[in-house]
Design a protein around this ligand. Structure first.
Ligand SMILES: Nc1ncnc2c1ncn2[C@@H]1O[C@H](COP(=O)(O)OP(=O)(O)OP(=O)(O)O)[C@@H](O)[C@H]1O
Length: 339
């Protein structure tokens, strides 16, 4: 488990003091994949780098498996850091060393014997699917393969925690999927706690159990990924979720909308996503609904339906229809801009 207690980090620059992390409190349960989302400058990297004290917090506490890292001596911290692996957007492999040597480097630094190193490197290469690339150099690898080496190196000393700093931002969508699948598999098979920072909500949806949204050094919203998608509160959270909806209504269609009607976004949560609620709503209210966009997806194991529809009819009927949806635990939002 990772606990950040009143974590505060400021940077002294020539232009003055910059606050990177502004009194963050966060608990990440053991074995979770936890996403931290936010725009550039929100403080994601600062939080992540405080978890292994790559950045020393100005104040607050960082507890990993109950151990307060800030209170440790230099030597104790060196050992504690072996429990915390890290991977990076730009991989940071040593270009003059082969794939095997890059992975072995982390084991050598931890003082492992050469027979242990040889055995462990072989094991790790198998785990990340690079058994045939052992003697290649980083320049001979694709981006996805480089990240696999980064993951193997980070796992070399059997950490309990893996910190991922935008691990797929430099990769194409297909490679991104394969790296996310590998991280998911590692989380399952090794029970590793993974903290992943990203600006892509899609990554969070596909991989994470929990998520925190950051803005200006603070966590503005946090929770289980399904709950955040099904019931976002903060405008910024809604904005991030909107980026995963992958649709744009044609302008021609928008021009034709009835000015007396309303365009509503409806979230069908849990079992509501699998029921014929729209048909029941029409029956109950006598209004008309024109579906402009709709999809049902599964986040984790739970269904979430998102529908955009134009509702027309008398005002009382529209009101009744929207109230009916709310009574069925649907999230209802009247939207003027749907793009
Ligand atoms: N070493 C540093 N020196 C001075 N200011 C810093 C330093 N590192 C971060 N900051 C500042 O702290 C704030 C948070 O930065 P941080 O890199 O943590 O955000 P981020 O959300 O990870 O952004 P990005 O996605 O661009 O990496 C920003 O205002 C940034 O300019």
């Amino acid at each position: 488990m990772i606990q950040l207690i009143d974590l505060y980090k400021e940077y002294k620059t020539k232009k003055g003091t910059v606050v990177g992390v502004d009194h963050v409190n966060l608990t990440i349960p053991k074995g979770q994949i936890f996403g931290i989302v936010g725009y550039s400058g929100a403080g994601k990297s600062s939080v992540l780098r405080c978890i292994n004290l790559l950045e020393k917090p100005t104040s607050g506490q960082v507890l990993v498996d109950g151990v307060d890292l800030i209170s440790l001596s230099k030597n104790e911290l060196r050992l504690a850091r072996q429990n915390i692996g890290m991977i990076f957007q730009h991989f940071y492999l040593i270009s003059s060393k082969t794939v095997s040597e890059n992975i072995a480097f982390a084991l050598k630094a931890a003082g492992k014997s050469s027979s242990v190193i040889t055995e462990r490197v072989t094991e790790l290469l198998q785990l990340v699917g690079l058994a045939d690339k052992a003697d290649q150099y980083p320049a001979q690898l694709s981006g996805g393969q480089k990240q696999r080496v980064g993951i193997a190196r980070a796992l070399a000393n059997d950490p309990h925690v893996l910190l991922c700093d935008e691990p797929t931002s430099a990769l194409d969508p297909k490679t991104t999927q394969s790296i996310l699948a590998l991280l998911g598999q590692i989380n399952q098979s090794l029970g590793l706690t993974i903290v992943l920072i990203t600006h892509e909500m899609e990554v969070v949806k596909d991989l994470c159990h929990g998520v925190a949204i950051m803005q200006d050094g603070r966590i503005i919203e946090e929770g289980a990924v399904y709950d955040i998608f099904a019931n976002p509160i903060q405008p910024l959270t809604k904005e991030f979720i909107q980026t995963t909806l992958e649709f744009k209504l044609p302008q021609k269609l928008l021009d034709k909308l009835d000015p007396a009607g309303k365009v509503v976004k409806v979230l069908f949560r849990d079992e509501a996503a699998e029921k014929a609620i729209i048909a029941d709503m029409l029956k109950a209210s006598g209004i008309h609904a024109n579906i402009l966009h709709g999809k049902i997806e599964y986040i984790g194991e739970k269904p979430l339906g998102t529908f955009i529809m134009e509702v027309t009819g008398d005002a009382a009927g529209i009101d009744k229809a929207l109230k009916y949806l709310e009574s069925q635990s649907c999230g209802v939002e009247v939207v003027t801009h749907v793009n």
